[in-house]
Design a protein around this ligand. Structure first.
Ligand code: CTP
Length: 408
């Protein structure tokens, strides 16, 4: 989407400036070129050398450096860009932009440009909610400046609330939207199941698994960034729901099935949850007690409903695209192919969850996408990157459909 696009990245002072490095990397991976302008304060948080190394271009900071002005005046800096991105944008930068100041190179470039401008604010929650900042943001929005974030969450200053800069991938998606001008999944309804389920043994004990929900939550976020209307049905996890998705919290597989069916009608279903295969046949209504000399209790299990298979075989209600996961420790591709047939879904994302891979609970994942056309193996990627690639593949599917379901 960003091949050949030129982004002028303006980095201002703030703890979040370090995220600019990841943002550059992700933009370049997508084929964009990035040129950086830094404010004086930004250089206290991130070194121009790091920005230069990642962008493979020189970094501009000093408006009055003769070399800067002779080689690359501020007008040319903006003329040679397709888009200006301010990330992170401090409260000070927003104020200067709103007032039309030109008191350093960053502000001057922003005043001199006629290109689209995207701003990713990052600041303390009280600075963000201060009437002055609120008025500045309103002024900038009215002038056509686009905003991404800030997000809600814990901040470096030990406070909580809106003010965290959006994650690099959210900024990339906002850039894509601005440049390409559309949200390919807009108007599509998506369900994502995520996390483990908890099957009660008695009121205080349960059967569950190690799923962290990271992959499922990242997929929900990536689909939402591309415009889908996402319902995230999640078992108990320690991570927050991503911005812009509707969260339905459940505990048992049965509840997950009911919430998933209630989310319809759907265009897309992605079952990333690690659903317990069995549940306790008759959970005790009171806490089970140890009786001196008595044998340990035997817990009878019964099968849980299969949510993926149910959605895949839901007749006229069937989502147009159903995606399942295959968590395997051996014969990865063969088992995934078999699972795809058995469950009747369109794609299976096969991943090796042997303990040595660190996939369960970890940050990275190595996956193979199995569909009617064959197998597509992806390199080891961060879970958010896997999610982003999957969301792109889903969007491509709806614009240029691949071979249909389960007809291998
Ligand atoms: N799944 C589901 N409901 C279940 C069990 C699994 O929706 N009751 C979904 C998972 O979300 C995943 C896929 O089915 O998308 C595969 O789950 P997995 O546990 O890997 O496979 P199983 O069906 O349990 O098969 P096996 O035990 O043979 O590995």
């Amino acid at each position: 989407m960003l091949a050949g696009k030129r982004v002028l990245l303006i980095v201002t002072g703030g703890i979040a400036a370090f995220k600019a490095l990841d943002l550059i990397r992700r933009l370049r991976e997508r084929g964009a070129s990035v040129r950086c302008v830094v404010t004086e304060a930004a250089t206290r948080f991130v070194t121009p050398l790091s920005l230069q190394a990642l962008s493979e271009d020189r970094v501009y900071g000093d408006m009055f450096s003769l070399t800067d002005e002779s080689e690359m005046g501020h007008i040319r800096l903006s003329r040679e860009a397709d888009l200006l991105v301010v990330a992170p944008a401090s409260a000070d930068m927003l104020a200067r932009m709103a007032a039309g100041l030109a008191n350093d190179l960053a502000a001057t470039v922003l005043l001199a440009t006629d290109k689209p401008v995207l701003v990713a604010p990052a600041m303390n929650v009280r600075m963000w909610t201060h009437a002055a900042t609120v008025a500045n943001v309103e002024t900038l929005r009215r002038r056509g400046v686009s905003f991404v974030g800030p997000n809600d969450g814990a901040m470096a200053c030990n406070e909580h609330g809106p003010g965290r800069m959006s994650e690099p991938l959210e900024i990339v998606a906002a850039i894509e939207t601005l440049i390409v001008g559309d949200r390919p999944l807009a108007g599509r309804r998506a369900l994502v199941t995520s996390g483990p389920t908890r099957e009660p043994i008695d009121p205080v004990r349960y059967i569950s698994n190690h799923s962290s929900g990271k992959q499922g939550h990242a997929i929900a976020a990536a689909l939402a960034r591309r415009g889908a209307d996402v319902t995230l049905v999640s078992g108990p996890v320690a991570i927050p729901a991503p911005a812009g998705v509707k969260l339905v919290s459940v505990e048992t597989a049965q509840q997950m099935l009911e919430a998933s069916l209630a989310a319809g009608p759907l265009d897309i279903a992605v079952c990333a949850a690690a659903v317990a295969d069995w549940t306790v046949a008759a959970p005790a209504t009171a806490k089970m007690k140890k009786r001196p000399g008595a044998a340990p209790p035997e817990i009878a299990l019964k099968p849980n409903p299969d949510i993926l298979a149910t959605l895949s075989r839901s007749g006229p209600q069937r989502p147009a695209l159903v995606v399942g996961f295959a968590a395997e420790t051996e014969n990865l591709i063969a088992n995934a192919r078999d699972k795809r047939q058995r469950k009747g879904c369109d794609w299976i994302i096969a991943n090796d969850v042997s303990p040595a891979t660190g996939t369960f609970g970890g940050e990275r994942n190595t996956v193979h996408v199995v569909d009617a056309g064959g197998v597509e193996s992806w390199p080891t990627l961060g879970k958010d990157e896997v999610a982003d690639r999957l969301a792109r593949r889903v969007a491509d599917h709806f614009t240029a459909p691949r071979p249909a379901a389960a007809a291998e």
